[in-house]
Design a protein around this ligand. Structure first.
Ligand SMILES: Nc1ncnc2c1ncn2[C@@H]1O[C@H](COP(=O)(O)OP(=O)(O)O)[C@@H](O)[C@H]1O
Ligand SMILES: [Mg+2]
Length: 284
């Protein structure tokens, strides 16, 4: 099963001087079980794309299929339950008295029995690493990273099969950021398909199974992090970078004339250096 977007077109404020074609000729398949990173310059249509997947926006033409079922006005409520959507800076929308109430808020309209609500809140908190003793505290007592994790719990309680996160690591301190990236893998390993938007190519290389590049409302590339981040010229042509470690080894190779394979992650860089040292030092 998967999410499929077929020939999507979407224009903001059509027929006005502010008209903006945000998505066009857009085809995409998101496969169950993967972590998919969506990258692209500012204004390229990343958020608009996510909003089509959960039906917040409806395409002018084309179709969105969730597990083979086309998203329509009629089945929107039912199908949307499969899709969790974590907005950018979701912690700004926390407002309940306690962490528990905030996490449970999204369940209110489902009218579940109290013990089911409790079980779901505790399960989500455990998965995300929000400790139980925080649940009765005020959200104002929490750190930035904790607040964001609480906001994500509020989406997880609805048990989505697909989880979309718009810039989940942005604005967090390094520790919070690393915890967030580990969390995306935890979700995948728990059987949730993850779609995340990121501006940070290090994060994408370390975390994603597959990368989709959107530019000016169109998908221009998709592939493994290795396939995408070896296309240095293409990426810089649309204003995107490659991971720092990739740049570092590329520069080192250029300066020294030593041939170095493309390196995408820190682990690969470490393995390469270990190999070089074990063979008797840095080649000259
Ligand atoms: N509510 C809106 N009204 C008009 N134009 C919009 C609106 N939201 C986004 N846009 C425009 O649509 C394009 C895509 O926006 P967006 O999907 O937010 O890009 P990204 O998330 O990649 O930065 C941009 O040019 C943006 O200015
Ligand atoms: Mg955006």
């Amino acid at each position: 099963m998967s999410i499929k977007l077929e020939d999507i077109k979407y224009t903001y404020m059509p027929g006005t001087p502010f008209e903006k074609v945000a998505l066009s000729d857009l085809y995409l398949e998101i496969r169950e079980g993967e972590i998919l990173a969506l990258i692209g310059p500012t204004g390229s249509g990343k958020t608009t794309l996510l909003q089509h997947i959960n039906g917040l926006l409806r395409p002018d033409s084309g179709s969105v299929f969730i597990d083979g079922e086309e998203l329509t006005k009629k089945n929107l409520f039912k199908i949307r339950q499969k899709i969790g959507y974590v907005f950018q800076y979701p912690e700004q929308q926390l407002f309940e008295e306690t962490v528990f109430k905030d996490i449970a808020f999204g369940l209110n309209r489902l009218k579940l029995p109290e013990d089911e609500v409790r079980a779901r809140v505790y399960d989500a908190a455990r998965l995300v690493g929000v400790s139980e003793n925080l649940l009765e505290r005020s959200v104002f007592d929490l750190s930035g990273g904790e607040k964001r994790r609480v906001a994500i719990c509020g989406v997880l309680v609805t048990k989505p099969k697909y989880l979309m996160l718009d810039e989940p690591a942005s604005g967090l301190d390094p520790e919070g950021k690393n915890a967030m990236l580990r969390l995306l893998k935890t979700f995948r390993d728990a059987g949730i398909t993850v779609i995340f938007v990121s501006h940070n190519m290090n994060d994408v290389a370390e975390t994603a199974d597959r990368v989709v590049v959107i530019n000016d409302g169109r998908i221009e590339r998709q592939g493994t992090p290795r396939e995408i981040f070896t296309e240095h010229d293409f990426l810089s042509g649309i204003g995107l970078s490659v991971p720092d470690v990739t740049d570092f080894f590329r520069l080192l190779s250029e300066r020294t004339g030593v041939e170095i394979p493309d390196i995408i992650t820190l682990d690969e860089g470490y393995a390469y250096l270990r190999d070089v040292y074990s063979k008797g030092g840095i080649p000259s």
